[in-house]
Design a protein around this ligand. Sequence first.
Ligand code: NDP
Length: 285
Amino acid sequence: MTARIIDGNALSAKLRGELAAKAAELTAKGTQPCLAVILVGGDSASAVYVRNKVAGCEKAGIKSLKFEYPQDAAPADVLGKIAELNADPSVHGILVQLPLPKHFDEKAVLEAISVEKDVDGFHAENVGRLSQGQEAFIPCTPNGVMEMLKSIETPLRGAEAVVIGRSNIVGKPMAMLLTAAGATVTVCHSGTRDLNFHTRRADILVAAIGKPKFVTGDMVRPGAVVIDVGINRLPDGKLCGDVDFDSAKDVAGAITPVPGGVGPMTITMLLANTVESASRAARKA
Ligand code: NDP
């Protein structure tokens, strides 16, 4: 069997077209959605992510503001900028690209962003709201995964879902979303005793580990939906996921590629959260 490929680029193009239409409508009524992005330091991967986010905004008719700080920037300067952007009614989303340099208190920076503008969904209040099923900004990567599952009509209620990884930005919110959708969720991590036991019974397997080609075909249940969140750079410069695509595709029922899978969907959901924030602001006004 060769798995169906879940094409993140094609799904993103469709959703971004819809978002561009919404952004144009809001702009025509006087509220152009606007995302402010803060980048601290010279991490080259972060710079690429920020460039892609800014380009995604521009294509969708969303205004973007970019603020760059050097690696040795004073945290107070960045916090001051966040306070300024929080108070600016023309800004609807604020994103601080992670990771921050070591001398920053990442948690304090994320908590400084107004909950109403936290389009990454990393603020503790948004995380709490999400866990309680209240209206919240949902972190973009797991939200993008949910859209991908929806796009192929994956049955979620009663499904066995296994998430490898328990980070705040991917694994944990992913587990919360799948649980809310009715799946029975197992979260695996580096301390999991028999990982293969869990992965082999998953109807839906999400890999968010950060280790190239870690999940091999023999770890996949035949017919499972395999979602590869990982983005790893190989020594030859090529990108690969946390799943060994070549062996897994022969076993899975559906699978996401890397690149062209979850990555573009993450940016799409960021644009969606920014447009949603702008439309909330417009409603309030
Ligand atoms: P983290 O490093 O924060 O988390 C990795 C998780 O994997 C941890 O929970 C860790 O367990 C677990 N893990 C590590 N080794 C093993 C192992 N041998 N067996 C089982 N679990 C293991 O990574 P992120 O969640 O931030 O990112 C994961 C991947 O997703 C990365 O490749 C990253 O680049 C990518 N990513 C992609 C995005 C996209 O847009 N497509 C967005 C964000 C991330 P423990 O907690 O015990 O340490």
